[in-house]
Design a protein around this ligand. Structure first.
Ligand SMILES: [Mg+2]
Length: 442
């Protein structure tokens, strides 16, 4: 990996760097910096007016500097003279506490102090739409059960293959691509990795998929529920914890025999407590994993035309069964099926670690396992909380969860809640066609 970006540019024929950071709403912001200036930027950072992005800052704040993390550098496979690099936000010589990548870095360090190194894989589902975003790009993709549709796949082979080729070139070890459960929907999978690396790859994947699709005349959306009646865009996270980071990991500390039902599915005591933390904080962490108004049209949806939403609405866990919020598909890992395509890549990883660590510290119990089809028999489960019904409920649940707020950082939590409440108020000020149709003649 590069440590000196000027040398990296020289060795690789890179002419420009895109120094990027992610704001509280998941927006990726960047400056394009010629290689001749990168040595200075690597030392001092690229300057941004933070108020101009979705961060809780004012126009009077001093420059926010995005200091490139050389470990994250990626040469754009579709434009090899440009390299993307994630920046860490700094203000007044200190990490900006509300900046999402900083929140994650701090939690990774906290977990490491407990000998825990979280690795995750994510499944970033997306739709390919027409450039105006109004329809599915393939007019023939209309089957009631379009999942894995071979013919529809071939009609979009050029764009999917190109993204997959890029991931191969980047060494991400992609291993499968498929047409997903909604018309026009896709999923591409690559290997799991350390949480920060997965967050950087997740960010870059969204950027890359959009760039490639636009080149082909399509538009990619990760919007949680872009089309009424069809399955939404999930961003399922597969979580395991190891004894060391990166290639040094030898032991999966989630694997093994715990006590009770988690032991039966192959989760160790630590794995059980980590899962317990996720279950305990689920309603609050939805404010991060499902961060938009639209998110709640995915997790509280009626049955889709394909027959299932593939999204949870209740805080339950089980073994290898996709109808619950958490699935334990095999020993040593579990899948959180709650997050959606709008989740901020850094905050998603951060909140998983924050909730998990809280569970480990308090030896949280994940509660009973439910081996039922939640879509058909969910009403029979007693005592399991329902997930928030809308963004305001989720923000209130987050605000009421002092433990999670503290774990994510008080400064971050205050900034996030303030900005998200402003967004909710903006939404409430919007007059909808539904209101007119149902209120005009009252
Ligand atoms: Mg999927």
């Amino acid at each position: 990996m590069a440590t000196d970006l000027a040398k990296f540019a020289e060795d690789n024929g890179v002419k420009y760097f895109m120094i990027s950071f992610t704001d509280l709403f998941g927006g990726q912001r960047a400056k394009l910096v010629p290689a001749r200036a990168i040595a200075g930027m690597q030392k001092d950072g690229a300057g941004f007016a933070g108020f101009a992005t979705w961060l809780d800052l004012t126009p009077a704040h001093p420059d926010m500097l995005a200091v490139p993390d050389p470990e994250s550098v990626i040469i754009l496979p579709w434009n090899r003279e440009i390299a993307w690099v994630a920046g860490n936000c700094v203000m007044n010589d200190q990490d900006l506490a509300q900046a999402p990548r900083n929140v994650l870095r701090r939690l990774i360090a906290e977990a490491a102090e407990l000998g825990m190194h979280v690795k995750t894989g994510i499944e970033a589902e997306f739709f390919l739409l027409t450039p105006d975003g109004k329809q599915i790009s393939d007019e023939y993709d209309t089957a009631a059960k379009p999942c894995y549709d071979q013919q529809a796949f071939m009609r979009r082979l050029d764009v999917i293959r190109e993204i997959s080729d890029h991931m191969l070139e980047l060494g991400w070890n992609p291993y499968q691509n498929d047409h997903e459960d909604a018309n026009g929907q896709w999923e591409m999978n690559w290997d799991f990795d350390d949480a920060l690396k997965t967050a950087d790859k997740h960010s870059f994947f969204k950027f890359m998929a959009k760039c490639v699709a636009e080149k082909h005349g399509y538009r990619v959306t990760f919007m949680p529920k872009p089309i009424k009646g069809l399955t939404g865009n999930g961003c399922h996270a597969h979580i395991s914890v190891w004894d060391a980071p990166g290639m040094q990991s030898k032991t999966n500390v989630f694997a093994g025999k715990g006590e009770g039902q988690t032991g039966e599915v192959g989760l160790s005591e630590r794995g059980k407590h980590f899962l317990g933390g996720i279950m305990k904080h689920a309603s609050a962490l939805a404010a991060i994993t499902n961060p938009t108004v639209n998110s709640y049209k995915r997790i509280n949806a009626p049955r889709t035309t394909s027959g299932a939403t593939w999204a949870p609405n209740t805080v339950t866990w089980t073994g290898n069964n996709r109808t619950h919020m958490v699935r334990v598909p095999g020993p040593g890992r579990f899948e959180l099926r709650l997050p959606d395509g709008a989740a901020n890549p850094y905050l998603l990883q951060a909140v998983i670690i924050a909730a998990g660590l809280s569970g480990v510290r308090s030896k949280a119990d994940p509660g009973p396992r439910h081996d039922i089809d939640m879509y058909a028999e969910g009403h029979t489960v007693k005592g399991a909380p329902l997930l928030p019904l809308n963004m305001l409920d989720a923000l209130r649940a987050y605000d009421a969860d002092a433990g999670l707020k503290a774990a994510m950082g008080e400064e971050f939590s205050a900034a996030y809640l303030k900005m998200k409440h402003q967004e909710w108020n903006d939404f409430c000020g919007h007059f909808s066609a539904w209101e007119m149709a149902n209120t005009l003649d009252i």
